[in-house]
Ligand binder design. Structure first.
Ligand SMILES: [Ca+2]
Ligand SMILES: [Ca+2]
Ligand SMILES: [Ca+2]
Ligand SMILES: [Ca+2]
Length: 332
């Protein structure tokens, strides 16, 4: 009887969720496909902020669409701090704690502290579902570790996104080295199988740039109704080329850039044509010489002081500049 039920359930889910063709841009890789960012980075708490991480922690949220009712996994690529990918300072002595939260208190729309933007606020609200500390461990070097399985209903339901919200917190609990890693939201523990309609977002993006002279990385905030301007902050950009903001309306406006262990803040006006779409913040590396191991922090606020999330899979797709919008406006 139990076996029959299990088989029936399996068949039922196979009908509902057939294997989707590859290459569809679902937002489960963090950083996302369109972002062209090699790694997230979190330093041990004894690190220097001049190495590009201003708070030694990072918070990401995952959204699981309410129609998806199977178990899933939150996978971390290269969770260790040692061996390949990571940024050594002296010798590898960092330990990194990854913690997955669900339930009440997680949803950053309902609980602002959950965003983790202000020192002293409790960003660990919610039910702790899983956690693990990683040191320098070859077992996890350049490999995935899977948290889960989780049931979607263990998240906190958000009506606006019609999704269950989960949170993963990464903290450098000791040491001074930089842990570089990525996330993947998967239907399977052993492989990377995306979930249709899922996405991921953060309010403070701390990431590593490519070690070359030509790559352009992107992050994509969503412009909701009621936003008239955005206050952008970048920290420790190492004077590494240009940061531009582009959209359907803006061809690319450069914003003031930070250098070493400092921040630059600027206010960017938002036009009506940009509401309900994503903006494209572009990070163009310096061409004349190579700035190596550039880690940078970026955050945004609306004119009301609300933090703006960046989505791994840009809402409404990557914005493409449409000169006609501007021309129409000029002709008026
Ligand atoms: Ca590693
Ligand atoms: Ca060290
Ligand atoms: Ca790592
Ligand atoms: Ca930097």
């Amino acid at each position: 009887m139990k076996v029959n039920t299990a088989i029936f359930k399996l068949l039922f889910f196979l009908v509902l969720f057939p294997t989707l063709p590859g290459g569809i841009g679902y937002g489960q890789a963090v950083p996302g496909k369109d972002e062209n960012i090699p790694f997230l980075v979190t330093f041990g708490k004894f690190g220097e902020t001049s190495w590009g991480d201003d708070d030694f922690s990072s918070i990401f949220f995952f959204t699981i669409p309410k129609d998806f009712n199977r178990q899933f996994y939150i996978k971390v690529f290269d969770p260790d701090c040692g061996g390949e990918n990571d940024e050594i300072q002296g010798f590898f002595d960092s330990k990194t704690l990854f913690s997955v939260y669900g339930g009440k208190g997680v949803d950053p729309d309902k609980n602002i502290e959950s965003r983790g933007l202000k020192n002293g606020q409790n960003y660990k609200q919610g039910n702790l579902l899983a956690s693990k500390v990683f040191g320098s461990e070859s077992k996890y070097d350049n490999k995935y570790f899977s948290f889960g399985p989780f049931n979607p209903s263990e998240g906190e339901y958000n009506e606006k996104w019609k999704s269950y919200i989960f949170k993963i917190v990464c903290e450098g609990i000791t040491g001074d080295d930089g842990n570089l890693y990525r996330y993947f939201l998967s239907r399977d523990a052993g492989t990377e199988l995306p979930i249709e309609g899922a996405n991921a977002f953060t309010y403070e993006y701390t990431f590593r740039m490519w070690n070359d002279n030509k790559s352009i990385s992107h992050i994509y905030p969503y412009v909701d109704t009621g936003i008239v301007s955005i206050r952008e902050r970048n920290f420790d950009w190492d004077d590494d080329g240009a940061i531009l903001v582009a959209s359907t309306y803006k061809q690319g406006i450069s914003v003031p850039i930070s250098n070493e262990n400092d921040e630059k803040i600027s206010v960017i006006p938002v036009e009506q044509a940009e509401i309900g779409k994503s903006l494209d913040f572009q990070f163009h590396k310096k061409k004349d010489y190579l700035v190596r191991n550039n880690n940078v922090v970026v955050s945004l606020e609306t004119q009301r002081g609300d933090a703006l999330p960046f989505f791994s899979s840009p809402i409404g797709g990557v914005p493409v500049y449409q000169p006609s919008i501007k021309m129409k406006k000029i002709q008026k």
